[in-house]
Structure formats: C-alpha cells, structure tokens
Design a protein around this ligand. Sequence first.
Ligand code: 7TS
Length: 411
Amino acid sequence: MTNNNFDVDKIRKDFPILNRKVYGKPLIYLDNAATSQKPEIVINTINDYYTQCNANTHRGVHLLSEEATEKYEDAHVKVAGFINAEGYREVVFTRNTTEAINLVAYSWGRANISAGDAILLTEMEHHSNLVPWQILAREKGAELRFIEVDDKGELNLDNLDELLSGNVKLVSLAHMSNVLGTINPIEQIIAKAHNAGSLVLIDAAQSVPHMAVDVQKYDCDFMAFSGHKMVGPTGIGVLYAKRDILEKMSPFLGGGDMILNVKLRESTWNELPWKFEAGTPSIAQGIALGSAVDYLTSIGMDAVHGYEHEIVSYAMEALGNVGGLDMLGPPSNKRGGLVSFSLEEVHPHDLAAVLDREGVAIRAGHHCAQPLHDKLGLAASARASFYIYNTRDEVDKLIAAIEKAKTIFKM
Ligand code: 7TS
C-alpha cells in the first residue's frame, strides 16, 4: 500500500543534515530510535530565540522576558494538544524521558510506595524504566514484578490478573519497545491495572514521535517522552500526569520558579506545571519542542505511522531474504518503525562499523535493554530504526551494505 499523501522528497528537504556525506557517501541515517534529526523549522526556532528574545522566563518585567515566557508557556499548550491532555497544567517539561520517570519515582513513588507494595514492569523495558524502580523498591522494601516477553517478542498477558493481585501500586511499561518494535496493548493493560487499584505510567519515548497518542483515551496516569526523538532538540522532555495526581504530589526539585511564597523556614508551591520545573528551564529547547510539534502535526501523526509501517514492512521483507540474518520481535503489523537483528557469528559492532563506512548509521549493542537481551540469549543486536525521511532506496542500500559485510566476514 502506498501512502499517496506522504511526500518523502519534500520532507527530506526540511532536514539539512541529510545533505551531508559520510566517508564520501550520502548519509543514510537509521538510528532514529536513539535520536531523530531536526528540521529547519526547529533549528531556526532555536536561532530565532537566541537572536531575538533571549531572556529568562517568569522573572523580568521587560519585553524580552515577557516574549520568552509566552513562547515557553505556549510550547506546553502545544504539547498538551499533541497528546490530547486536558490542558497545559498536566504537561511538565523535564530534560528527557529518563528525568520524567525519575520525577515520578522520587516524588510520587516515595510518598506512595511502602514495604510490601509491588511495582509491575515488563521484561522489555529500557533501563530508564527499570533502574529508577529498582532504586525505589530497594529503598522501600517493595517488590518488583515483571510481565514476561514471549518467544514472539510480545507481552504474555495470560497471567496478568495474578501479577496484579495484592498490593500493586504502579504498573510502568513501554508503549513501544526500542528493541523489538512491539507496540504493546496498553489500553487493555491500563483498564486491568485500574480495576486492580494500580496507577499506570506509560514510557512513550518510542511512540509519541511515531503515532497519534491520546492520554485521555488511554486513561494513563503518567506518560513520559523525549523531545529529541520527535524532531525536537536534546535537553527537553515531557512528563504528562493527570492533574489531580500532580496536585497531590510534592515537588521533585526545590528552588527558583517552583515556589509561590518563600519564608526562611517554609515555602508554598507554584501552580502546575511550574511546581515541577525548578530553576531556569531549557527555554530555547522548550520553545523548539513546540516547533517540533507544529512540524509533526503539519504532516499528521496517522500519516507518519502509516509511512513508517510501509518502510518497516519493506525492510523486514528484504532482511528476511538475507541468509543467516535473524530478526527479533513480532511481524510488521504489530510493531512500529524499527527492526533489530543478528547476523550469525558477526558481532553487531563489527557489522555496524562496516555499514558506517557505507554511510549507513545503525545502532549496535544492548540498546539500554540488557535484561531483554539476556532473555533472548544475545549480548547485543543490530538495529535499524526509521523515521519520516527514510526511503525504500535507503533500505536497499542497507541490504547491499549487509551483503558486503557478509563477504568481508566470509559468511
Ligand atoms: N524509554 C525508551 C523506550 C527508550 O527507547 C529510551 C531511549 C528511553 C526511555 C530514554 O530516553 P532518554 O531520552 O531519556 O535517553 N532509547 C534509546 C535507544 O533505543 N537508543 O538510544 C536511546
């Protein structure tokens, strides 16, 4: 199926970096799950901010500060609309997904998790949705439970009721796996978790950049994602949480901007979301995240998802014809736009190094999901991850580069 409305040639022109050469060859950037490239509109927003209205937010009574504050606040409104939050007060800017999850672990977790409580995760989590809960569980004497990954690379939900029994206070899981590509049935899991009295955090680092996401429809309590994976800059991420939950939570960091009134011995907190944004924020990055949202919205998230589905299906078909290559995870209709694989005895780092010389950038390693690789019996894997500017021609070049690597490694 070809998506006629999706003009990849036009989109490519928006990304200046795609003009550069790598070892004299055109750059084929297939490491989008690590970070995406940035369109001109986002780069220009950062430039405009520093050349036109650089000033601190929420402080100065002067025009530049007013402009910076308005743009920074407006970016929260744009993000709220993008994920269909009820409003910008439910949108806290953080540095990245990792910081958003840690905010929940430190603020909500320390107040609500006690000895004997349980936190339910899955075996496919990125370290940033695992380690904060390990730290919290150890500190509080809480139990960590895990939804298993089956041999198709999907969550085994057969024993979900059992896993949710007892004192499960939080279920925290990835919307989409950064290794397997699996899109998890989060609505079903959220409904069951709520029935069992648990809150749910969705790690949406790999979904928000690639598909339409609706926090009200999902009814998740928390959602975390990063600006840099969705054509925005680094240094800016998002924690969404339901307003009544955020109202009850204590601040994560204390300092300037997050207070209403400060006395020597006590203080009161600012309104949401500023209560959770202590100190001078990443102003340029926040405003540019707003531009990233504008850019993706102008393409349409259903179109983004549809195009990536086409590309990953094409890639999986082609990779399936490469002898000795094993793909991880489910068929393309159950996944987003990435595919991880192994190539017999060739170490993924060696494969990635050969591909790099051909201009093809992929990721090799455990992709910050070591327990999942342990489960799969692999020390590492290679991963090609796609975005709106990748083409079928680039997939063909990826395959040609893998075939070249096979010759070099005498496969
Ligand atoms: N959760 C998932 C599912 C991710 O894929 C990542 C980053 C994170 C959380 C953390 O995001 P950060 O912005 O806070 O670092 N994933 C990857 C990756 O797959 N390769 O590099 C980073």
